[in-house]
Design a protein around this ligand. Structure first.
Ligand code: MRU
Length: 353
């Protein structure tokens, strides 16, 4: 398993996912600004991986703070948090991770500054390890919904490299295979950034899980021909009512599944649930650069010069299209997901605006 992000002797090493699958390149970030740039420019992407990377970036940033008093440290740390928070708006794991790191600082006002810096690095490492463990559980809980010989469809990349390791949606596929089931996966290419074609197809092939790459607009064709049994996707943010934000195109896939009676599962850790919002309509949707749509890999122009472009990176799938949300606490009907809030009061956020 290639680590998406790791802390190595005072640097944050990221796998540059924009270069996959052709090249496996790592970028060594020596300051928090480079980490923030990496999140913004998709060197690291996928909600849980974004959160973990931001936490490591904050631990790195903390080491750059020259403060001698706690108050000075907090003020400079909050500035770094605000820069990290401005990288990508949709995946709530980013804000969850920032808030958790902030809480670590605020809960330790009597700690020595150097000790605080070490605590922050340990906290970011704990997030990575907890995420990996959560994904194993998601895999176990989710794999019971996968039958032998199932044809699964997935969208975007919710694999090992989108998380601390093992993956959420792909974690379920891995766990099903580990349990001895034979599966085959239809991989949506996922326009415009092609996370499906470049990353999911690559990860599945590395794992020797049989897969077929299709363009996004082919999903209905395969469903109509009874060639798909189950859909499994990841999530970027889940509202209290079970509405799910995920990569653009997820909503269309869920509607198609409903029409064809295909169960539609969402796999995500608790860090992806935003207990502060009632419904998906409150989820901010990232609008990305038009060149992702008008050009292939920022190089070959495929649309007329000057054409108006819309490029929302995510959409909202209403809870009614979702069969179950699979977390490390088990599988839930989407309308019950908000109930987890009571169990997770300790996750209540110090909201960053
Ligand atoms: O823009 P991206 O590549 O960060 O979007 C990623 C997704 O939409 C994933 O499906 C989601 O973050 C889940 S990753 C386990």
């Amino acid at each position: 398993m290639i680590p998406t992000v790791e802390w190595k002797d005072g640097i944050v090493r990221m796998l540059d996912q924009t270069k996959l699958p052709q090249e496996t390149v790592f970028i060594d970030c020596k300051d928090y600004e480079t980490v923030a740039q990496g999140i913004k420019e998709l060197w690291v992407r996928g909600a849980p991986a974004i959160g973990i990377t931001a936490a490591m970036g904050l631990a790195l940033g903390a080491r750059q703070i020259p403060a001698s008093t706690f108050e000075e440290f907090v003020s400079q740390f909050e500035h770094i948090c605000s820069i990290m928070a401005a990288t990508r708006p949709t995946a709530v794991n980013l804000f969850w991770a920032i808030d958790r790191m902030k809480k670590k600082v605020l809960d330790n006002p009597d700690a020595d500054i150097e000790a605080l810096k070490i605590m922050l690095q340990k906290e970011s490492q704990a997030m990575l390890e907890e995420d990996r463990a959560a994904n194993r559980k998601i895999g176990l809980f989710g794999s019971v919904f996968v039958a032998n010989d199932d044809n699964i469809i997935t969208h975007c990349n919710a694999g090992s490299i989108a998380t601390g390791g093992y993956g959420t949606a792909e974690g379920i596929m891995r766990a099903a295979v580990e349990a001895g089931k034979k599966i085959h996966v239809y991989v949506d290419e996922t326009r415009p950034v092609l996370q499906g074609a470049r990353l999911t197809a690559w990860e599945l092939m590395e794992e020797k899980i049989p897969c077929t790459l299709i363009t996004d607009n082919m999903a209905g064709y395969f469903m109509f021909r009874d060639m798909i049994d189950i859909a499994i996707v990841g999530a970027d943010r889940i509202a209290k009512n079970g509405d799910v934000a995920n990569k653009i195109g997820t909503y269309s896939l869920a509607v198609l599944c409903k029409e064809h009676g295909i169960p539609f599962y969402v796999a995500a850790p608790l860090s992806t649930i935003d207990f502060s919002i009632e419904s998906g309509s409150h989820i901010p949707i990232e609008e990305r650069n038009a060149r992702e749509v008008t050009h292939v890999f920022n190089k070959i122009q495929i649309a007329p010069e000057g054409v108006p472009v819309a490029n929302p990176a995510f959409d909202i799938t209403p809870a009614r299209y979702i069969t179950a949300i699979i977390t490390e606490k088990g599988a839930f009907h989407p309308k019950d997901i908000g109930k987890l809030a009571d169990e997770n009061r300790n996750l209540d956020r110090l909201r960053i605006t």
